[in-house]
Design a protein around this ligand. Structure first.
Ligand SMILES: *Cc1c(COP(=O)(O)O)cnc(C)c1O
Length: 273
């Protein structure tokens, strides 16, 4: 379990692993430097500040209430003025207004329906900049995960680019299956996301370099980068294993899909050690 002082060290180690993985990338992939999103869900504000002091700027959260509270925390506001928040959890349309109370919201990675895109577009009030969004794809087609199917992805990207002037289409995101054994070859979920990007770019005439891929977490971020990830979401390797005893999800979020996914990740972590 990482203590506060260990956050900086863990962060440096993850950053150097990212750098090494980037050099192993096939040269036919867009040469985008991967962004590290430090996933701080369930972790205290003190750890976020610690990571910020070590130059980390992008942080990810997947509970709306927790993100809004952390983003408005007085210490975060005064000590982390340039923080950039990514929302990475399952989002219900009726939570959009709440989510948009987040201070310094930078990107919503989990748009998976026209309804949600429409709500975000309608409620985003900052005129000086658009809200960056990614489309989440359920590449592993598991019921426990949210996201559109590969087939619906193109339609949703088209909807965002043509009907949502306040949103900026930033890329595609997947969680993917957790138990892929790399000795069996590349993770097929990541390959599906790449294929999907190729199709989207071709059908909608979007340059491939402008479409990011968010894939890779603590267990597989190096592989994800080698095969083309431009945005990795790393939590426990930086902040230590999560314990859920002290987390009280709001009752209306209890049944949400992301929690199930997250519990599964937590279970996996436990069984891995
Ligand atoms: C929690 C979470 C992560 C980070 O998981 P780790 O295995 O702790 O790195 C990444 N992506 C999503 C969507 C998450 O919910």
């Amino acid at each position: 379990m990482a203590t506060e002082n260990e956050v900086g060290k863990a962060l440096r180690s993850v950053l150097s692993r990212i750098e090494v993985s980037s050099t192993k990338r096939s040269t036919d992939l867009p040469n985008l430097i991967p962004r590290l999103v430090a996933v701080s869900k369930t972790k205290p504000v003190s750890m976020i500040q610690e990571a910020y002091q070590h130059s980390q700027r992008y942080f990810g959260e997947n509970y709306v209430q927790e993100l809004v509270e952390k983003s408005q925390n007085v210490e975060i506001e005064s000590n982390c003025p340039d923080i950039k928040w990514h929302y990475i959890g399952h989002l219900q349309s009726n939570k959009v207004k709440k989510l948009l109370e987040t201070r310094n919201l930078f990107m919503v990675e989990t748009v998976d329906s026209e309804k949600l895109a429409r709500e975000l577009n309608k409620n985003w009030k900052e005129e000086s900049k658009k809200l960056k969004v990614m489309i989440q794809i359920n590449t592993s087609e598991e019921d426990s995960k949210s996201g559109v199917t590969n087939e619906n992805c193109i339609n949703l990207v088209e909807f965002v680019t043509k009907q949502c002037p306040n949103l900026e289409f930033a890329g595609l995101m997947t969680i993917g299956s957790f138990n892929h054994d790399l000795s069996q070859g590349p993770n097929p979920d990541f390959q599906k996301l790449l294929k999907c990007r190729a199709e989207v770019c071709e059908k909608l005439s979007i340059p491939i370099d402008s479409v990011e891929l968010s894939m890779g977490m603590s267990g597989d971020f190096e592989h994800a980068i080698e095969v083309g990830s431009t945005n990795v979401r790393v939590g426990s390797t930086i902040f230590g294993a999560r314990t859920y005893s002290n987390v009280k999800p709001k009752s209306d979020e209890k049944s949400s899909k992301d929690e199930g996914v997250d519990k599964k990740m937590a279970d996996k972590k436990v069984s891995d050690t």
